[in-house]
Design a protein around this ligand. Structure first.
Ligand SMILES: [Zn+2]
Length: 463
């Protein structure tokens, strides 16, 4: 065997098929000693998304293993398409991610089906493809070691959403032992429900997210005070407080905070309706996994509190119940989805409630440019909902600080614990500005070799 062959054998190849140069569509291929491993297989939620989501730049049948870091669509939304196009290996995730995948992918079939219809195209995948994907799916607990080829794998706590993991891969022995960590998305620790992001040490290679790579969050201390004030205003005006919220985690955090505010008597007890079928399904899965919540919340549960239930809380089951809500007189809170008002039951509530000055709409999440939510948030007095003209007379307010991502300073802090052993950091899953800014900050502050890969770029790694 000549030297160049030997060298080639010691190198592994990492290719950025998605999630490079953009926040969404995470899809990284790691080829190690004849094993082809994918980390995440998410949909691109941006311009040109449909085209990119309709194809792969590689042959899915050649992939051995897929590891899913968490149940957001931009990390798992393309898994059924991978299976449809020939992938027949094993899918690994945490147990909670596997449970959450089911309703999340069923929802993706609906949402992407509508998008396909609008474009006059065939849907990218169907419910059958979702079932086929779930049949290949295995779960591994946090810190449970398992092998892929000669590699030892563990899931660490990412603290981002329920069941979110970082993937730690180790191979080699003695001084040749190398560690690669893929972060997935990293949580805004300390989070209300979840445990803190695990500290990482002795890592050689790191592939990390950078959604907020170029900015820090506003102080989040006053988010509960703002929520309490909105409830008090609503109780006084006798109107409706409408909160558009993402079904995944944002809804559960709202319920958790409302539970505390109402049961402690900090706000008047008014009816709270959850009108989001996906939100209800996800809440049920959160109830099943309280064992992976942080110690503080587990203590609250042990002390006897049902953290997602309180007096006058009602989950709306069907669209008839949803329609009836407009006839309920008196002060009330409605939590509904989608979080950016781009579909779902929240649209009919906006039609009914935005025209009255006694009502309020409260934004608790990011509103994408051009979304209906953003138009309302920006103060437009006239908006169109399903082509119907709606005058906005209701109060419009926003609470930031509910973000589930680490901000720039905390991303730097996260890397700091392993800076001395790092050979390279790949910065991905952010807008180019964010990723480049974070890379520079990491180089300046920690002296690490931080690079920002491009879409479809392939790099060799000594692993
Ligand atoms: Zn995420």
């Amino acid at each position: 065997m000549n030297m160049s062959n030997k060298n080639n054998q010691q190198k592994s190849r990492l290719t950025f098929y998605g999630g490079a140069g953009t926040v969404t569509g995470a899809n990284f291929m790691f080829e190690v000693r004849g094993k082809t491993i994918l980390i995440d297989c998410g949909i691109l939620q941006a311009k040109g998304g449909f085209e990119q989501n309709s194809k792969f730049d590689y042959d899915p049948s050649k992939v051995d293993v897929l590891i899913v870091t968490h149940a957001h669509a931009d990390h798992l939304g393309k898994v059924p398409k991978l299976v449809k196009d020939g992938f027949n290996g094993v899918i690994y995730s945490s147990p909670a991610t596997k449970d959450l995948a089911k309703p999340m992918l069923a929802d993706a079939v609906k949402v992407m089906g509508e998008e396909a219809r609008k474009l006059g195209r065939d849907p990218i995948y169907s419910n059958k493809d979702v079932d086929d994907a779930l049949a290949l799916w295995q779960s591994k607990d946090y810190y449970e070691e398992f092998s892929i080829g000669d590699m030892s794998i563990r899931f660490l706590e990412a603290g981002h959403i329920l069941g979110s993991v970082m993937v730690e891969m180790k191979r080699g022995v003695g001084k040749d032992r190398k560690t690669f960590v893929f972060t997935g998305d990293l949580g805004n620790t300390p989070a209300p429900l979840l445990r803190e992001t695990d500290k990482i040490v002795d890592v050689d290679y790191l592939l990390m997210e950078s959604v907020y790579g170029d900015r820090d969050h506003e102080d989040r201390e006053d988010r509960i005070a703002k929520l309490a004030k909105a409830i008090k205003r609503t109780a006084k005006s006798g109107g409706t407080l409408l909160i558009p919220a993402f079904s995944m985690q944002r809804t559960q955090i709202l319920l958790y905070e409302l539970n505390k505010l109402i049961e402690s008597g900090s706000v008047p007890s008014i009816p709270v309706y959850l009108d989001s079928p996906l939100g209800s399904k996800v809440t049920d899965i959160f109830r099943k996994y309280t064992r992976i919540f942080n110690d503080r919340v587990q203590a609250e549960i042990k002390a006897g509190d049902d953290i997602f239930d309180f007096p006058k809380f009602i989950e709306i089951e069907n669209s008839i119940g949803s329609a009836k809500l407009s006839k309920n007189k008196g002060a009330k809170i409605i939590i509904s989805s989608s979080g950016m008002s781009v579909g779902g039951r929240v649209l009919s509530h906006e039609k009914r409630f935005l025209g009255d000055k006694d009502n309020e709409i409260l934004f608790v999440g990011y509103q994408a440019v051009h979304s209906l939510g953003r138009q309302i948030q920006d103060g437009n007095k006239i908006v169109y909902i399903n082509k119907e003209k709606v005058h906005v007379r209701a109060r419009v307010n926003s609470i930031s600080g509910f973000s589930a991502h680490k901000d720039s300073s905390h991303l730097v802090k996260f890397v700091e614990s392993t800076a001395s052993t790092l050979k390279k950091v790949f910065i991905a899953m952010g807008e180019p500005r964010s990723s480049l800014f974070l890379a520079q900050r990491l180089r300046d502050a920690l002296g690490v070799d931080a690079v920002v890969p491009e879409h479809n770029q392939s790099v060799e790694v000594e692993f």
